[in-house]
Design a protein around this ligand. Structure first.
Ligand code: ADP
Length: 490
């Protein structure tokens, strides 16, 4: 590993914050969680359970059911019955009321959800408290509002529900991804079988408890836990009408292959390798803050993370100096501490993947720079990392790392910046930093990506669509666009 050299700071950081851990007194986590099928928690027919751990300590939090094929069948059966007999028949405004109720309950119990999200996933409490949970509630509020307005959303199209939807989500935004999937499906009159990721099942199971409390008719939402095999069984179930998946591009391709030739509809939100482009006329401090947020937010466990940085040559030294200075102030450690900027890597497997790329990057000849912060002894951690002098052919530039690792390159003209940014199989998102509005329009219209932020990064809103081009996905989620994949539009 290359030696990290502490940069000369432009400002004094010779002080530290006192610990400010969030209390866990108000949270209960069961020792064991069953499957949520047909409105009840039921033991898995598979009779198997697996552990979910806290990645910041390595300690077991709870035991969670591993749904087998018979369990998947039971969940899909419950969803089918609810779709045919209750949910699609109910007046749309009544459906909307249930979704509003979920949103309100989530808001009321936001602190509990935030703590569990952080314990199970390793992300800083500040993020789960200020971003994940409020955005999840906002999604339910937003789509509740659409439930009885579908005819206005799609005039002349006679929208009707598709039926039973199988939804599979990843571990980087567990509750938020559940909300992204469940809220539009319910608003459009579909019923759901959702499978959270195996490393972060707890907030989805808490959501199941909340859905029970909201008195949703049994079978409208079913939540089954398990690993890839459970997901595959759900995708391949003949009575699932639509698959909505968020996860890796490799699993997304497998899903696409496995349902090819069937009548199933699908949306896929896959990987990314987003470029942030800084022009010489940008407000450099603001840009640096955005770059930091873009790649180090949630430990870089973000499909739309700004993991490639292109800096216009004339401001390169200045940008790198300030980037290093700012990185040095980032606090890596206890995710439950409100001062923490970068929490734990989600799992040992993911940390191994990130470490593999750190070795690859050095072998390929890029210059690795890591901050000098100390890391906790237990759990899974990675220092914020830069790769300078990276080149287009490097694997660290081409492949998704899903960690706090930023590959930096330079460019001279806007055309060169655009060409380099577009040289990737992905196309999920991007960012541009410039003082000139005209340049923003020029760049954003030429970058091939679904979402582009200008002079900001990683900003989400339920009303704006999200989704990628190329190998980053199929279909859009969020906003009005996010309703269409859940409807037959006659
Ligand atoms: P990540 O790299 O984000 O972990 P994965 O694509 O491996 O992404 O996982 C995302 C979700 O897909 C998880 O819920 C996982 O259990 C599920 N999954 C993994 N393999 C399969 C599969 N073959 N079919 C369906 N779902 C799968």
């Amino acid at each position: 590993m290359a030696k990290s050299k502490k940069p000369t700071l432009e400002f004094d950081t010779d002080w530290t914050y006192d610990p400010a851990p969030e209390s866990t007194d108000h949270v209960t986590i069961n020792e064991r969680y069953k499957l949520f099928i047909n409105g009840r928690f039921v033991a898995p027919k598979s009779r198997t359970y697996f552990d979910t751990i806290n990645p910041a300590t390595g300690k077991k939090l709870a035991e969670v059911a591993a749904a087998g094929e018979a369990d998947v069948n039971a969940a899909v059966r419950a969803a089918r019955k609810a779709a045919d007999t209750i949910w699609s028949k109910m007046p749309a405004r009544e459906r909307g009321k249930y979704i509003y109720r979920i949103a309100r309950l989530l808001q009321e119990r936001a602190r509990e959800f935030a703590v569990i999200e952080t314990l199970d996933g390793g992300k800083p409490i500040r993020e789960s408290r200020d971003i994940d949970i409020p955005l999840a509630a906002n999604h339910f509020f937003y789509y509740a509002g659409w439930a009885d307005k579908l005819a206005y959303a799609f005039p002349g199209k006679n929208p009707s529900p598709i039926g039973v939807v199988g939804q599979i989500i990843p571990w980087n935004f567990p509750l938020l991804m559940a909300a992204w999937k469940i809220a539009p499906a319910l608003a459009t009159g579909n019923t759901v079988v959702l499978k959270p990721a195996e490393t972060t099942p707890l907030t989805a199971l808490k959501l199941a408890e909340l859905i029970q409390e909201a008195d949703l008719p049994p079978g409208v939402v079913n939540i089954i836990t398990g690993a890839g095999a459970t997901g595959a069984a759900l995708v391949q179930h003949p009575d699932v009408d639509k698959v909505a998946f968020t996860g890796s591009t490799s699993v997304g391709k497998m899903i696409q292959q496995s349902i090819a030739g069937t009548r199933k509809k699908y949306t896929l939100e896959l990987g990314g390798k987003a470029a942030n482009i800084i022009f010489e006329d940008a407000t450099i401090d603001q840009a640096v803050e955005g770059i930091i947020n873009g790649i180090f937010f949630n430990q870089g466990h973000v499909c739309c993370a700004g993991s490639r940085l292109f800096v216009q040559e004339s401001v390169y030294p200045q940008v790198i100096r300030r980037l290093k200075d700012r990185m040095e102030t980032l606090i890596v450690g206890d995710p439950m501490d409100k001062n923490t900027d970068i929490g734990a890597i989600n799992s040992k497997e993911q940390l191994d993947t990130i470490k593999k790329y750190l070795r690859i990057g050095q072998k390929e000849g890029a210059d690795m720079y890591q901050t000098s912060c100390s890391l906790p002894r237990k759990g899974y951690w990675c220092r914020p990392t830069l790769f300078l002098n990276a080149s287009q052919s490097h694997r660290i530039v081409q492949e998704e790392i899903f960690g706090p690792v930023l590959a930096v390159q330079t460019f001279r003209t806007p055309e060169e910046g655009i060409a380099k940014a577009n040289n990737t199989p992905y196309g999920l998102s991007g960012g541009v930093w410039t003082d000139k509005g005209s340049k923003i329009f020029k760049i954003t219209s030429q970058i091939r990506a679904g979402v582009i932020w200008a002079n900001t990064y990683n900003k989400f809103d339920p009303s704006s669509p999200f989704g990628g081009y190329k190998e980053s996905g199929v279909g859009r989620e969020g906003g009005l666009h996010g309703l269409a994949p859940y409807l037959n539009l006659g």
